[in-house]
Design a protein around this ligand. Structure first.
Ligand SMILES: Cc1cc2nc3c(=O)[nH]c(=O)nc-3n(C[C@H](O)[C@H](O)[C@H](O)COP(=O)(O)O)c2cc1C
Length: 198
């Protein structure tokens, strides 16, 4: 049985968010194809995620203390490390992704849990894992250098050791005259292909 962490980062609700329309479809298809797997939904806006505070920095230094495993920040980091696959659903906001996702990344990037320092420098501890980033965008970016959400997410996941990462982007949703329903359907078609190998 594999553990899939479905990380949702959007204030728009189900049905309204174009990102979630595609990511929910991805998850439904995944469940059909892998009924034995566990899917854990982590809706960041429903979670206890905040900017890092002094107590969090202290907790980061207590990774080897078993009694601290349930500290908010360490709890998320251990949960992340225990998952086998990650589905990130986060729209493009201001050339990046919603800030709550960065706050979550600050919770899970913990020395001794998801990466560690070696004589050669930092090394990711997350091996043989897969990730997909599902993202709706108002305009068109592809791999443009000023697109900093997907590129950052891939870079930090690589840093943590995850090297199998795919992106499902649904673009041009806010341009005048866009056929949004058709674009969302195209996104679902892409999701249907990616999920088969996920
Ligand atoms: C706060 C905010 C910032 C946004 N910034 C961008 C942006 O930089 N580039 C872009 O193409 N679209 C931007 N958009 C548009 C969204 O990416 C687009 O509407 C997308 O469909 C949102 O995904 P959702 O439908 O899942 O919420 C922004 C939207 C919001 C609400």
């Amino acid at each position: 049985m594999r553990k899939v962490l479905y990380i949702k980062a959007n204030i728009k609700p189900e049905g309204i968010s174009r990102t979630f329309q595609v990511s929910d479809y991805f998850i439904e298809e995944y469940k059909k194809q892998h009924p034995e797997d566990e899917v854990i939904v982590l809706d960041l806006y429903q979670e206890n995620i905040d900017f890092l505070r002094p107590a969090d920095l202290e907790a980061m230094g207590q990774v080897n203390d078993e009694t601290k495993k349930d500290t908010t920040i360490l709890k998320y980091a251990y949960q992340f490390a225990e998952a086998d696959k990650y589905v990130f659903a986060a729209p493009m906001w201001n050339l990046g992704f919603p800030a709550i996702l960065k706050a979550y990344i600050d919770y899970i990037t913990i020395t001794g849990i998801t990466f560690h320092y070696t004589a050669e420098g930092p090394k990711g501890l997350l091996q043989n894992k897969k990730a997909v980033h599902i993202v709706a965008r108002g305009g068109e970016y592809g791999n443009a250098p000023y697109e900093m959400g997907d590129r950052y997410l891939k870079t930090i996941l690589n840093f943590l050791g995850v090297d199998n990462i795919q992106t499902i982007a649904i673009e041009n949703l806010d341009i005048v005259g866009a056929d949004v329903a058709a674009k969302v359907n195209e996104g679902k078609e892409k999701a249907g292909l990616v999920v088969k190998e996920f």
